[in-house]
Design a protein around this ligand. Structure first.
Ligand code: NDP
Ligand code: KPL
Length: 308
């Protein structure tokens, strides 16, 4: 398959690497020292499932060097989606699929403003990975997987073909009954833990020891559920329970990618997580005081990170 991976970070680097290793033609859009290293030495992936190294078909920071892809994997952060969508638009052909793997509930919404609806696939992923050094991705925990599907959940031929591509690359994957619900289930978890993680600056095992913080996470999750339900997304208490099973079962030292960005003083996905709940709550006249507090507490730091 002819693939463009736009953003070769923890997510794009790992999944793009696996697809290239399996013999797909994978072009990689990166920049700076990371691009220099990939162009010179290829992309190295150190993974708990086995290390590997791949050579991209094209490594570039200029999409005009890439031919029309059958699949674009978006590996940028959720706040970079609109810019990425504008950049890839000229490349998109009738049969191109654009698959966002970001956390967040509004990625498809943002893509729809730029890319035709029939080119967009819904998606999300699980992994713990990051850029360890220019040209090198490190996968440290979780069995990586991709959950994806048509926006209307129909089981089309292209979705089946994409499944075969992921299967033959050894990427665990699934096509759910309701892709929007899956996106929101992950969003529920990540929004519940990331801002509190960023504020406390400790991993999940330390956060869950505190009754106060555990309760705060419960309140955060309930607000996400209320907003989801008002938007027609069927998040139920059982999904909150599942999210808390995850909170309780994560191994010591676990942090989320957004928490790590906040702790490192980098621009984070705060606005697309708790900020999104606040914004949607306002539109729907739903009060979201806990998400608002978390958002406002982190906002000055976020603004500073963005100025830098
Ligand atoms: N990492 C993880 O463990 C997981 C992350 N996620 C989600 O996946 C998404 C991606 O996260 P993650 O992989 O951690 O992010 P990273 O920051 O590691 O990767 C994003 C990459 O995209 C690059 N990029 C952005 N814009 C451009 C551009 N215009 N040109 C070239 N390169 C560009 C960035 O470069 P630069 O650094 O120069 O900006 C960076 O290398 C997020 O939504 C995250 O929440 C989901 C599951 C797990
Ligand atoms: C929760 C987790 C680790 C699962 O993939 C994640 O999405 C992240 O860290 O961004």
């Amino acid at each position: 398959m002819e693939i463009l991976v736009y953003g070769i970070g923890g997510v794009g680097g790992y999944f793009g690497g696996k697809l290239a290793e399996a013999g797909n033609s994978v072009s990689m859009l990166a920049r700076g020292k990371h691009l220099e290293a990939i162009s010179k030495r290829g992309l190295e992936v150190e993974s708990i499932n086995g290390n590997f190294k791949v050579e991209p078909t094209v490594a570039t920071n200029d999409v005009s060097e890439v031919s029309t892809p059958e699949l674009v994997l978006l590996g940028v952060k959720s706040w970079q989606i609109s810019e990425a969508a504008k950049a890839i638009k000229p490349l998109i052909g009738k049969n191109s699929m654009v698959l966002p793997l970001q956390n967040g509930a509004s990625n498809v919404e943002k893509l729809l403003q730029v890319i035709p609806e029939n080119n967009i696939i819904g998606g999300l992923c699980h992994i713990i990975s990051f850029i360890e050094a220019p040209g090198k991705i490190k996968h440290t925990a979780l069995e990586p997987n991709i959950i994806f599907g048509e926006l209307d959940n129909s089981k089309t031929r292209r979705i089946e073909q994409l499944k075969k591509t992921f299967d033959s690359a050894g990427i665990s994957n699934s096509i759910p009954e309701d892709i929007q619900l899956e996106i929101w289930k992950k969003f529920l978890y990540i929004t519940t833990v990331s801002a509190i993680g960023g504020l406390t600056r400790v991993p999940i095992d330390k956060i869950r020891e505190s009754d106060y913080l555990y309760n705060l996470m419960q309140k955060t999750a309930q607000e996400v559920k209320t907003v989801a339900n008002a938007k027609g997304i069927a998040i139920k208490n059982e999904h909150i329970e599942k999210a808390f099973e995850l909170v309780n079962s994560q191994s010591k030292g676990t942090t989320t990618s957004t928490q790590r960005d906040i702790m490192d003083g980098k621009p984070s996905e705060l606005e697309n997580f708790n900020g999104y709940i606040v914004k949607e709550g306002e539109k729907l006249q739903i009060s979201t005081p806990v998400n608002l507090m978390l958002f406002e507490l982190l906002l000055p730091m976020e603004n500073t990170a963005r100025k830098a």
